[in-house]
Design a protein around this ligand. Structure first.
Ligand SMILES: N[C@@H](CCC(=O)N[C@@H](CS)C(=O)NCC(=O)O)C(=O)O
Length: 208
């Protein structure tokens, strides 16, 4: 399989990390949406990353859909999703909040860091950063309602939700340190620290 994208993208890492945990081999086709649009277009005319080229030539896009497909390639008990039906709804809420934060982190980055300085709309950048923080604060509130000795959000096992926290918390903490930090989001802080120390996270750290 070929994973098209760059590990600088949290959406790409969100796919790379489970592939690592599942032991699914892949080749990373290093491609950034800023510098390698033609290369990405060859695989996905939407010019978006991540795109996953399967061995049969089919191409999957969108991290949520890609993860759904990867989850089907492993035994039930290895899947990075909650096992209990009763957790389905809250898991969906948590994933929507966290991937929403990822969307806002991306949008913030382009608004605040990529635009020519005279074209930046500071109020919009501020709004985006508050949304980025909001997704995490929302998950912190949900986690606070369900106190647990486990570092993980669901069923004392790693799920895609924990991986998403490990990816987006550091960005939220960097962009909005006053809103998302150890004191305001203690569960998210501890979970992010834990996840970022795992082998799957360490082995997918972007090299540049
Ligand atoms: N919903 C998508 C979002 C992916 C996404 O936003 N990727 C960014 C890079 S981090 C991208 O390709 N941006 C270029 C574009 O959408 O034009 C997913 O979950 O995969």
């Amino acid at each position: 399989m070929k994973l098209v994208g760059t590990l600088l993208s949290h959406f790409v890492r969100r796919v790379a990390i489970p592939m690592q945990i599942y032991g699914i081999d892949y080749e990373l086709v290093e491609a950034s949406v800023v510098n390698d649009q033609d290369l990405i277009r060859n695989h996905n005319k939407l010019v978006r990353i991540p795109s996953l080229v399967l061995d049969d030539g089919d191409i999957l896009a969108d991290s949520n859909f890609i993860l759904d497909e990867l989850d089907l390639m492993v035994p039930d008990d290895a899947r990075l999703t909650p096992s209990k039906q009763e957790n389905r709804r809250s898991y969906g809420q948590v994933i929507a909040s966290l991937t929403g934060s990822m969307d806002k982190a991306t949008a913030w980055f382009y608004e605040a860091r990529r635009r020519p300085e005279n074209l930046v709309w500071p109020e919009w950048a501020e709004h985006l950063s508050t949304q980025l923080a909001g997704g995490l604060i929302q998950v912190e509130e949900m986690a606070t309602k369900n106190p647990s000795d486990s570092p993980y959000l669901f069923e004392d096992k790693i799920t895609h939700a924990d991986i998403a926290v490990g990816l987006v918390y550091p960005m939220a903490n960097l962009v909005t340190p006053g809103l998302v930090n150890e004191n305001t989001c203690p569960r998210m802080h501890a979970l992010s620290k834990h996840m970022n120390a795992t082998e799957a996270f360490m082995s997918t750290i972007p090299s540049k």
